[in-house]
Design a protein around this ligand. Structure first.
Ligand code: ADP
Ligand code: ADP
Length: 232
């Protein structure tokens, strides 16, 4: 479902250049929950953002569902990105918009008719358990509720892939577990492929099938979660 081949990404040029990721290849299967773990500065965010080309790799190929993204025009890329949802550590909600309008936003961008938008938003509110909070603003929600809005928004266009950028790092342990359960549920029900980055081992152990450990911009270890973390 996701095929990264020999991707590298440098920020800046010349003497000040930082090579954030170096010759990374990674293949993630449809329906898998794949985790990338590493310390701060290891290159996790850069790698994740290369999957939907929020960052353009300096070299290498990025395929999502057999489409090579680096070769697309801006319009084609916008369309392909609808198949790739993303959630964030700090939720990135529109603070002036209600829960309902935050979730509707990507559907409006996709120019769906109003009645279809309403129906889809209702489904999504139910999926993430926020029916009672549709009219509230982000400031009136707890962290866990905000992330539920983020998840609903990310799923609005029925993506094949969900990218999670430290999605539970701003949440307390109990809320973290509730959000991880929701992600597993979504993976199970919708068959969506999940790629997440985290610095927390607990997250990997709780929900991932496979894991890659990244350090200094390189993958230093990769395999089934149990194999990687039970090694002496
Ligand atoms: P992580 O997500 O694991 O903390 P990042 O991908 O954010 O790692 O960063 C990897 C390296 O790239 C770090 O050295 C970081 O300082 C650098 N870096 C990340 N983003 C930028 C940027 N926009 N400009 C310059 N350097 C960056
Ligand atoms: P994270 O918590 O995901 O590692 P960071 O705090 O490293 O995120 O980065 C937050 C933002 O700052 C990102 O957009 C990243 O690209 C940018 N950034 C990170 N490191 C640098 C850097 N050394 N120079 C410029 N921008 C950076």
């Amino acid at each position: 479902m996701i095929e990264l081949t020999d991707i590298s990404k440098s920020y800046g040029t010349g003497a000040g250049a930082v090579e954030a990721i170096k010759h990374i290849s990674l293949s993630i299967n449809k329906g898998e929950i794949f985790g990338i773990i590493g310390h701060s500065g290891a290159g996790k965010s850069t790698l994740l953002r290369c999957v939907n080309l929020l960052e353009r790799p300096t070299t290498g190929s990025v395929k999502v569902g057999d489409v090579e993204l680096t070769q697309l025009s801006t319009t084609q890329l916008q369309r392909e990105r609808r198949r790739i949802g993303m959630i964030f550590q700090h939720f990135n909600l529109l603070s002036m918009a209600t829960v309902r309008d935050n979730i509707a936003f990507p559907l409006e961008l996709a120019k769906l008719p109003k009645s279809a938008i309403k129906q889809r938003v209702d489904e999504l509110l139910q999926l993430v358990g926020l029916e009672q909070h549709a009219g509230k603003y982000p400031a009136q929600l707890s962290g866990g509720q905000k992330q539920r809005v983020g998840i609903a928004r990310a799923l609005a266009n029925n993506p094949d892939v969900l990218l999670c950028d430290e999605a539970t790092s701003a949440l307390d342990p109990q809320t973290t577990n509730a959000i991880l359960s929701l992600l597993m549920d979504i993976n199970d029900k919708l068959g969506i492929t999940i790629l997440l980055i985290t610095h927390e081992m607990h997250v990997i152990r709780s929900i991932c099938d496979r894991v890659a450990v990244i350090d200094g911009g390189k993958i230093v270890e990769m395999g089934d979660v149990l194999d990687v973390f039970l090694k002496p």
